[in-house]
Structure formats: C-alpha cells, structure tokens
Design a protein around this ligand. Structure first.
Ligand code: GLY
Length: 425
C-alpha cells in the first residue's frame, strides 16, 4: 500500500515511523513533513489546508489511504472532501471534529451525555455583560477558554477576578484570538493528576492505547506559560486497571456512543485529556487527533500493526482488533527554541545526531534541511524519545537525557524533570 501522512510535527514523524514498520506498506509520503521525516518518507511540498492539491496528489500517485495529523484540516473538513471523491482517509468528519473545534459544543455534549467534566457556563461576545457578572459571582480560580482553535493559546487559568476580566477584554475587545475568541467557556478549575488517553475508534467500537502524561508548562515544576507540550511519558503508573475501567465506563463509552447518537460518529483517533480529581476522572478537553508529544511515547509501546488499526477504523472493523502492548516504558523530552512559546529565532544548525544510542528515537518537530544541514524551524524542535527495557522509568529517563545533552543548537531549551512524576509512584 502507498500511504500519505498530512502534517509536519513530532506527532507526524512518530506516525510515519510506526506506519513504516507495517508489512502492508510499500511507500510513504508526507505533506509537507520536516527534515527528520524526510529521512524515512518522501516529502511532498503541499500545505495541509490545500485540500485540492492533496486530493490531486493522492489520485495521481494512486495512494491507498491518507492519515491526517493536525486538527485544523480535520476541523475544516478534509475527511469529508476526500470521502466525497471516494478516497480512503483516517480521521473524523468535520461534524465529529467539532468535539475539538468548539469548546462550547464539547461542554454541552458532555452535559447532555452525563460525562463528568468541570462546571461551566458559555458566553458569546454579545452577552459580555453576563460573562462579567458570572466572573464577579464565581469563586476563583476559574478557567477561561476560547471556543475555537487557538494553537495552545486559548486556555487561561485565572487566579483572580481581575485576571479573568482582563482576558475577557483581550478576547472580546482586543480580539487577540480573532473569531476563535468571540465565544468563550468559563469553567471551574480542577485539581489532580492529568492523564492523556488516546483511543482508536470506528464510531462504534474502540481500542484504548496505553495512558500517557504530558508536561504542558514551559518550566520545571509545571510553572510558567502553557505550551503545546514539553515532554511526556507512558504508561502512567498511577492509571491502574480500576481507574482505567472507570474512565472507560463513565467517559469513553458515553462519548463514543453519544457522538454516534447525535449523528456525528467519531472515526479516527479520539484523545481524552483527563483530570483525576478527588471525585473521580473528569474530562478537561477532547482532541480530534493524536496528541503531541503523547504520540511519540504511545506508539513505540504498541506491538499491533498501526496500519491494520487505522484500516479497521476506516472499515468499521475495530471490534476484530486485538491490541498488543509491549511491557516497556517510554519518555520523550522536547527540545525547544529559546523564547518559545513566545517569539523565537529559527535557522539554527543542529549537531549531535551521530551520538544517538540504539534505544532512543529522535522525532523532529520543527526542523528543515537547508544548505546540507538540519536547522531549527519551529518552537518545538525535537522530541528525544527513550524506550526502556522495562517499566523502570529511572533508567528510561536517564537514557533520554543522555542523548538530550549531546544534541546542540543555539538557544536549545528543555525541561529537566520530564518523567519524574512516574518515579513517585
Ligand atoms: N499534548 C496535548 C495536545 O496534543 O493537544
């Protein structure tokens, strides 16, 4: 089979790496990809939002199926457009992708289907006065979320009412996030351990991939600004069988069943961002695609052929799949550009790739090949992913950092505490 992967980050590098292991696959293309992906797949210079060119490329090259990495093309309906011309594609339809595309839809869906989540109210720019009154009447901390996609900048945790009123002003008056911030959700702040669960579903049946934990903040100790994710590890030792069973019963089943009941069956990878609160697991957010960097730590744990899994999702056969998991641990440390998640410089040559050890994978997030060298091209640059021989996270963490210390580029930054939460369990 020939496969096209759409996207250019660490998640897509991990997807291409795993898809390449399938005996069913003879050729992989990636549009547009990055320098690391270019070492294992043929890069195609088409942007993920250029659906006409993607469809033409797939037809001209007789590609058997396409896998979509990022959320934006899914939310914009890439799956519907491919299917309308008879092409196979892994991912949710536009109406199902709204589960990530609109926070208001997601929250109302959860309430309608009794899925545990934080209490909330939604407001639009027209009822700003009610939003202000709600903020003044609600105890802090509270969380203000832009309704639409905001590249990781849509969620603000407000410790004071003034901070919440300021962000309301920034969204509704200054329109810092454009139309994505013209509707908002204000919700209670939840505390507990965060957990990311990726599922592969055909709209009815599903498989649950090993649970992971993401490190969203830029600084050690979970301080500073939110990022796309500075590292991850899997499987999370604190998500034991009874917690996973509760998550399955109270969250995953009602979500997949609820989406089907609403006439928007979700096919593809459905990501559950969860908080394990004192009163049980609750949904923080849904994503309509694989998580980044969670994918980098979850896919190496899977023994089952990912292509078989994806085809089973497309062909409504997930019920026939037996998921096999490797008994190992994984840790991914993200190396980013100085300044990220705010502004940063690009074009810095990266060295040290020759010092990699066997049990460490380097997934590229933001790199390009320029003048015979690999140079930085994004905020998140590389995901150094160590595969442990067992569940001994101490050794896996060391393996990852040993390689991180050997890779250099001007302004390289990374957190030094990735995976440590697994050690305290
Ligand atoms: N790591 C969180 C996300 O992929 O959205």
């Amino acid at each position: 089979m020939k496969v096209l992967v759409i996207g250019s980050g660490g998640r897509e590098h991990a997807l291409v790496w795993k898809i390449r292991q399938s005996p069913l696959v003879t050729k992989i293309y990636c549009a547009p990809g990055n320098a690391g992906i270019g070492e294992i797949a043929e890069l195609v210079p088409i942007k993920p939002n250029d659906f006409d060119s993607l469809i033409k490329f797939v037809k001209d090259n007789k590609i058997d199926f396409t896998v979509v990495g990022p959320e934006q093309p899914l939310i914009d309906g890439v799956v519907d457009e491919f299917e309308a011309v008879g092409l196979k594609i892994f991912g949710p339809s536009k109406s199902a992708a709204e589960i990530e595309g609109s926070k208001t839809f997601a929250k109302e869906f959860m309430v309608g289907n009794n899925i545990p989540t934080a209490n909330f109210k939604s407001f639009s720019i027209e009822n700003r006065f009610e939003a202000e009154r709600y903020i003044n009447e609600t105890p802090v901390p509270i969380v203000v979320k832009a309704d639409g996609l905001a590249a990781g900048k849509g969620v603000t945790i407000c410790e004071t009412k003034d901070a919440a009123l300021d962000i309301l002003d920034a969204l509704f008056t200054k329109k810092i996030l454009g139309t994505a911030g013209e509707k908002i959700v204000i919700e209670d702040f939840m505390t507990g351990e965060e957990l990311s669960i990726l599922t592969i579903t055909d709209g009815t049946d599903f498989v649950i991939l090993p649970p992971a934990q993401d490190y969203k903040k830029i600084l050690d100790g979970d301080l500073g600004k939110n990022t796309g994710g500075m590292g991850a590890y899997a499987p999370t030792p604190f998500a034991d069988e009874s917690i996973l069973d509760e998550i399955k019963r109270t969250i995953i089943e009602p979500t997949i069943y609820g989406m089907k009941k609403e006439g928007r069956p979700f096919k593809g990878c459905l990501y559950f961002g969860l908080m394990l609160t004192e009163t049980g697991p609750r949904v923080v957010e849904y994503n309509c695609r694989f998580g980044d960097p969670e994918t980098q730590v979850v896919l190496p744990l899977i023994e089952t052929d990912l292509v078989e899994l994806m085809l089973a999702s497309i062909n409504n056969k997930i019920g026939t799949i037996e998921l096999r998991i490797k008994p190992i641990s994984t840790v991914c440390v993200v190396m980013s550009s100085r300044g990220y998640p705010d502004s940063y410089e690009v074009g810095k040559p990266i060295t040290g790739f020759d010092k990699i050890s066997d049990n460490v994978l380097i997934f590229h997030s933001g790199t390009i090949f320029e003048n015979d060298a690999i140079v930085t091209a994004g905020g998140r640059v590389l995901g150094i992913t160590a595969l442990g021989n067992s569940y001994d996270f101490e050794e896996t963490i060391h393996s990852a950092y040993r390689v991180v210390e050997k890779i250099t580029f001007d302004g390289a930054y990374y957190r030094s505490d990735i995976g440590k939460k697994a050690l305290s369990r």
